[in-house]
Design a protein around this ligand. Structure first.
Ligand code: ADP
Length: 343
């Protein structure tokens, strides 16, 4: 419990610090992706640390740990001779990838996976199966121990990290807003975007309507000192951000978790529009999202357990289909009960 409080406090501290950096222009768009990812990923060690630290560390110790996490320049760097990535088409391959976070946390032994340009792919599997790690390797937040991650057939290590990341948009489970107006929050990380382009992105993202109802519309200041948006509204801002960036590859990590039914649908509809014409990887444990995917990759314990369309996988009657039916039963208990009565 005290660990949860600590994590909450730490999250707030990190968000504040990140906002300062972004406002000072010290944080670039690429760094921002890393930063936002750390928000989610970086706290695993912190949580574990807290768990083992019997008596809970005082705020100072936590503060040091945060500083450490933030300063930890990712060990992944440009290799000598790395070149700018050309505009990519969006084919993605993992070829014989072996990766472990550390000796205690192996993620993949020998993972291979192939995604065609423009495909909408759902990465499914139970917690800990290695879904999010796929996105981290593609973003080069971590470096695999062996094997290759390729985009358009090229080992992504041949490109500079910044030029790779500039072609990838990310929407995570929760979105951080910065102290700035709505225009700035959407334009974030994209250069030279017109007000018209921002509004078009907001419309696409199902965000225009609520933005128009804010006290100063698009000029309304958001963030801690300004108007607080709901999680569903923040997710729509994130989608508008991604639309403005117009990157060919889109990574979505549980973007609708925690939303109520209505928001979930609005966000989903917007995500579907955003994904059109881009290669998109959606990490989700909710298998309903897999129903209309071009490809479902079902991970089990760090390997591809099954892959194919949702219909293929259901027809196989394997672990995926068992999980899907179990989830449907849990989501519609009344239907199951009724059919029970009828039967
Ligand atoms: P999923 O997204 O399917 O829940 P992850 O990709 O997050 O799975 O995790 C795969 C494995 O790697 C798990 O065993 C997890 O504990 C471990 N892992 C994930 N992130 C980290 C991290 N930052 N440090 C150490 N181990 C990690």
């Amino acid at each position: 419990r005290s660990a949860d409080v600590l994590v909450a406090v730490a999250t707030a501290a990190v968000m504040w610090y990140g906002a300062q950096l972004a406002m000072d222009g010290a944080l670039s768009a690429g760094d921002l992706i890393v930063f936002l990812t750390y928000l989610k990923r970086g706290f695993r060690p912190l949580q574990e640390f807290a768990k083992y630290a019997g008596r809970l560390a005082k705020a100072t110790a936590a503060g040091e740990r945060i500083a450490e996490l933030l300063e930890q320049t990712p060990e992944v760097r440009d290799v000598p001779g790395a070149v700018e990535a050309p505009p990519v088409g969006g084919a993605i391959e993992f070829v014989g990838v072996r990766f472990a976070y550390d000796a205690q946390h192996p993620a993949y032994d020998d993972l291979s996976l192939s995604i065609a340009p423009g495909q909408h792919v759902v990465i499914a599997g139970e917690s800990g199966a290695g879904k999010s790690t796929l996105l981290s390797l593609l973003l080069r937040l971590y470096q695999q121990q062996s094997g290759e991650v390729r985009v358009d057939g090229v080992d992504i290590r041949r490109w500079t990290i910044a030029s790779l990341r500039s072609q990838i948009s990310v929407v995570l489970q929760d979105t951080v807003l910065f102290a700035g107006n709505v225009y700035d929050n959407i334009a974030l990380g994209a250069s030279d975007v017109s007000a018209e382009a921002i509004e078009a992105a907001a419309r696409m993202a199902n965000a225009h309507e609520f933005i128009s109802m804010l006290p100063q519309g698009y000029d309304t200041i958001l963030g801690e000192r300004g108007v607080n948006l709901s999680q569903g509204q923040r997710q729509r801002i994130a989608i508008a951000r991604a639309a403005v960036r117009n990157a060919p590859i889109l990574l979505l990590d549980e973007p609708t978790v925690g939303l109520d039914e209505q928001n979930e649908q609005a966000v989903h509809a917007a995500l579907r529009r955003l994904a059109a014409g881009r290669t998109s990887l959606l990490v989700s444990h909710d298998l309903r999202t897999a129903e209309d995917a071009d490809l479902v990759v079902f991970l089990e314990g760090g390997r591809v357990g099954e892959q194919g369309t949702h219909a293929d996988l259901l027809a196989r009657g394997g672990q995926y289909s068992r999980l899907y039916h179990a989830q449907s039963a849990r989501l519609n208990p009344t239907t199951t009960e009724q059919s029970h009565v009828v039967a």
